[in-house]
Design a protein around this ligand. Structure first.
Ligand code: NI
Ligand code: MN
Length: 225
């Protein structure tokens, strides 16, 4: 499994020959000017919640690629009304796709569309494949619900927000990694705006002091699991 950081909450995942984009917020992110959305491959677009900083480039990428949108019912309906194909889910449900199984799991956050309309409830994704298993937390607070995940899934990577203010910060992300029983963490949702700037060295040290690894990728950089 190859995971590319697209900036903010955005990810590109390549697994089993399939390309998945998560929460693309690229064209309005000056830090992501090295990413050209016209060049992104997508068979699926996973969306955690309806906030602008997670859906901005969904329509453009889905229209060009024909990617199927996977998200909560309200978000899939919203994009369906724009003529885009989707697969609706809701919390606690899972579905077997051609690349693996996706479960839409709880997140504590909000989820209105940019115009204020209802975007359903926010979530995260647990993706299980015959290659690796990952948890994409989405925008969320630390929550005991995370303890449910390792009861069913042995994770190889937890992708957690670490920017604080709108989501968990570093200290809570360390606890979240305990809850999900995964000590390899990819941090995201940091540095994009003034409210969520972090000290990278301090963040990594906070994890390493607990015997954990925090990965911070440059935008456009990838890891192989
Ligand atoms: Ni949000
Ligand atoms: Mn956000």
């Amino acid at each position: 499994m190859k995971i590319t950081y697209l900036g903010h909450g955005g990810l590109g995942i390549h697994v089993n020959g399939i390309d998945i984009i998560v929460d693309p917020f690229i064209t309005a992110n000056p830090k992501a000017s090295n990413i050209n959305i016209e060049e992104l491959k997508a068979d699926y677009i996973l969306i955690t919640h309806a906030h602008q900083d997670h859906i901005l480039d969904v329509e453009a990428i889905a229209k060009r690629t024909g990617a199927k949108i996977v998200s909560n019912y309200e978000i899939v309906t919203h994009f369906g009304n724009l003529g885009l194909e989707g697969h609706p889910m809701n919390h606690g449900g899972k579905w077997q796709f051609d690349f693996g199984t996706v479960k839409y799991v709880n997140a504590i956050h909000t989820s209105s569309f940019p115009d204020g309309s209802y975007g359903g409830q926010p979530g995260g994704f647990v993706i299980e494949t015959n290659d690796k298993n990952i948890y994409i937390a989405g925008d969320t607070a630390l929550t005991f619900d995370m303890k449910l995940i390792p009861m069913q899934t042995k994770l190889d990577l937890a992708i957690l927000p670490i920017g604080d203010n709108f989501t968990m910060g570093i200290d809570d992300a360390v606890i979240a990694s305990d809850f999900v029983e995964c000590h390899k963490v990819l941090g995201y949702h940091f540095d994009t705006f003034g409210y969520i700037e972090i000290d990278h060295t301090e963040a990594k040290n906070t994890f390493s002091e607990k015997g954990k690894e925090l990965l911070l990728l440059d935008i456009g950089e990838h890891i192989e699991l």
